[in-house]
Structures are given as C-alpha cells and as structure tokens.
Design a protein around this ligand. Structure first.
Ligand code: GDP
Ligand code: MN
Length: 397
C-alpha cells in the first residue's frame, strides 16, 4: 500500500523523525482560515500518490491567507501529470506546511534489496527534485549500505554513509538518529520503501524530513489495522451504525462525500455482494456520474431489508436517482422487486427515479413486477449505470 505524504509523515512522527508542522486541508476555505490564524510563510503541497509534484506544479508557496486561498483553489481539482505518472492524478487535498529555509537538500531511503535479501540504505548529498538525474549521471554520488536484519541497525553504519556521501557537516549530529528511526519504521510497519527526499538541513541547522514517500507491504498490514484502513473508503462509525440499525453487517454501508473536480455523488446504489457493490460504483463513475454510497445487501436479501436499504440510501438528500444492481443466484429477483414496490408504496419514503438491474433467479418475473410499477428494469450493469446517471442529472435517458 502506498501512502500519501501526510500519512508517511504521520509515521515519521511516531518514530521521532522531525517533520515541518502542518495541517491537512481539503478546501481553499480551510487553508485561508488556517493561515489567517497562523500568519507566516507556508507551503501548499498537493496530496497525490505520485512523485515529481514540484516539477508538475503541485507545490506552491503562500505568504498570507489571501494568497493561500488563491493557490489552494488553483491546486484542488487540478490534474497533475509527471514523468513518473503520465496518466496523472487529480488533487483532492493539500498539506499546508511551515515553509522551512533550506540550506541543503539530501536524499535518504531504505528499500528491500531482493538480490541481497537485505534492507539497503541509500544516501546522496545531492537530494531534491533532480535526484533521478544524479543517479543517472553521477552514480558515484549515491552511496549504499546493507543492514543484516539478524544484527539490526547500528549508528556506525549511518556515520559511514555520512562520510561516504560527503554530507555537509551540519547533518553530522542528527543524521544517524534519523536513519536509525527510519530503519525502525521500516521494520515496525513492514515497509517495502521509505524515502525522504529532500532531507533538509535548514539555515538554522536543523535536520527535517521535508517529503515522505512510503510503501508498506500489504502482507504486513494486518499488524496495523489502523493504517490498513487509511486508503480504503471505510465506513464511518455513523455509517456503520446506520447500516447495523437496519440489519446490515458492519461494513456493508458507506456514504461518500462530494469531491472537488468530480461529478456530484447523486446516484444511490444498492447491490448484493461487496464486489458487485464496488463494481456498481465503478460503473456509475464510468458512465460519468458519482455514486453517493456503497451498500451491500448481502445474499438472500428479503423484501424488508431491501425496503429499509432503499430508505437508508434515499435519506441522503443528494440522491436524485437510485440504481439497484442485483446479480441473481441466491437472491430471488421477484422478492427484490416486491420489496422495492412495497417500499415505494408508503408515504414515508422519498421517491426518486429507480433503475434496477436484475439477473438470475426469477429475474424475468422481477423485471415484470418492476416495469408494471413504473420503474426502469434493465439487464446489464452498464446500461443501468448510464440510465441512472442520466436520470440523476435530470435527463430521461
Ligand atoms: P516532490 O516534487 O513530489 O518530490 O515534492 P517535495 O515535497 O520533495 O517538494 C519539491 C521541492 O519543493 C523540494 O525539493 C524543495 O525544493 C521545495 N520545497 C518543498 N518544501 C519546501 C519548504 O518548506 N521550503 C522551501 N524553501 N522549499 C520547499
Ligand atoms: Mn520529494
């Protein structure tokens, strides 16, 4: 699992690696408020899962709140493309960090050397945005040391690296501590890669991790369940409670907030099975829309549960159309259809255009029940997603 910079720095702080002070922000308003309350010079750093943000225009400097707001508006929603990621990625959040005065930029990382079957520490005095070029043109400026995991890390290794890489003297005192802490973190969290570029020597003589690139081994994530959930669309406690209240499992329902630069999340979704639920959200996205939620009603869904799921999803005011995607098998299509017809009979539910894809057991009977009741039965997922997105956005097709 790859971490974003702000997540990597969270781990840095846990092991005692100094990082600039900062705050995570998802709106230009938050940036403005933060800088108003904390006047000074700040760096706005796009939080995307790719390197080379500096060169791609994803790092900006702000000296006051107004400038911070303007730059944040520019960055959030911007599609960043770099050499490392030609497809690019849209910026959804920023890390607002204290701007440090840089005297020197060094590079340090730890990775697994598969051939040596050992972690390798890689250091260069010429860190910063051109480190790839350094590696290509001046390979001698990159030095390495291998750690025997049976023995562990010892500070003398870091001191050797310090001299071999010809790091400026100012790094001398702190460098072994930073590398030791980075090694701790590498082992504790089961990392494949931890990288600090640049490891900054400030004009005041402090050594600070200005950037963080961290990749954790998925097979080690079970040891740290809090981190394992970081990049999943995990249900909030509130979502869990709402789902459980109608008889769903703990992680069967999640609601998603709107994101800048993405279509409004106005299509409510219900599917049977977690995989189909995710596929349904993807289909809505591919059709140019946004799914307001994830809801897996599970196998063998009975009319009552379908009804309550429908109510739960449409209790979200943003939802202007529903897409129910039932891939038959255990779940009986006619049961599902009856549940929906029943749910929409009452005055206690909000009625929105409803598209339903039914296949499998008793699907035809189900579709007939639905068509007779004035809904939109379809046979394929893509057809259903396209129709639901059109209906959600006020069209009819
Ligand atoms: P990357 O381009 O994605 O690796 O993003 P970095 O976090 O490494 O930032 C890119 C470059 O922006 C760094 O190499 C620095 O030159 C510059 N930069 C980032 N933060 C600061 C800061 O606090 N102060 C100064 N002066 N420059 C910074
Ligand atoms: Mn960097």
């Amino acid at each position: 699992m790859k971490l974003m910079e702000y997540q990597g720095k969270d781990l840095f702080r846990r092991v005692g690696i100094p990082t600039p002070s900062g705050v995570f922000a998802t709106t230009a308003d938050d940036v403005k408020t933060f800088i108003t309350e904390h006047p000074g010079s700040w760096v706005l750093k796009s939080q995307v899962m790719m390197g080379g943000r500096g060169k791609a225009g994803g790092i900006k400097f702000a000296d006051d709140a107004a400038q911070g707001e303007t730059l944040a508006k520019e960055l959030i929603g911007k599609h960043l493309v770099s050499i490392q990621n030609p497809d690019g990625e849209t910026v959804k959040s920023l890390l607002v960090e204290e701007k440090v005065k840089i005297a020197h930029e060094a590079y340090v990382s730890i990775a697994i050397d598969r051939a040596a079957k050992k972690p390798v520490i890689i250091v260069s005095a010429q860190g910063g945005m051109d480190v790839e070029e350094v590696a290509e043109k001046h390979p001698d400026a990159i030095v390495k040391a291998w750690v025997d995991p049976a023995i562990g890390f010892s500070p003398f290794l870091a001191r050797e690296l310090f001299f071999a890489a010809k790091l400026p003297a100012g790094y001398g005192k702190t460098f072994p501590k930073v590398v030791g802490a980075l090694y701790d973190m590498f082992m504790t969290y089961g990392a494949n890669l931890v990288e600090i570029n640049p490891l900054v020597l400030t004009e005041d003589g402090a050594v600070i991790a200005s950037d963080a690139k961290v990749e954790l081994d998925d097979n080690a994530l079970f040891k740290h369940p809090d981190i394992a959930g970081w990049n999943k669309a995990a249900p909030t406690d509130e979502d869990q409670a709402a789902g459980v209240a109608i008889g769903l499992g703990m992680s069967n329902y999640a609601k998603f907030s709107d994101e800048p630069g993405e279509p409004p999340k106005n299509v409510g979704t219900i599917a049977n099975g977690a995989g189909l639920g995710m596929g349904t959200m993807d289909a809505v996205k591919n059709a140019g829309g946004g799914a307001a939620n994830f809801l897996d009603i599970g196998g063998g869904a009975q009319a009552e549960l379908v009804k309550n799921s429908y109510k739960l999803v449409t209790s979200d005011d943003r939802v202007t159309a529903m897409f129910i995607n039932i891939f038959g098998g255990i779940t009986r299509g006619d049961q599902v259809a009856l549940g929906i017809v029943d749910a929409l009979k009452g005055d206690d539910v909000r009625k929105v255009p409803l598209v339903i894809r039914l296949t499998g057991t008793n699907a035809e009977e189900g579709r007939k029940i639905l068509a007779d009741a004035g809904f939109f039965p379809v046979e394929t997922m893509d057809e259903g997603a396209a129709k639901a997105v059109a209906l959600a956005n006020g069209g009819s097709n």
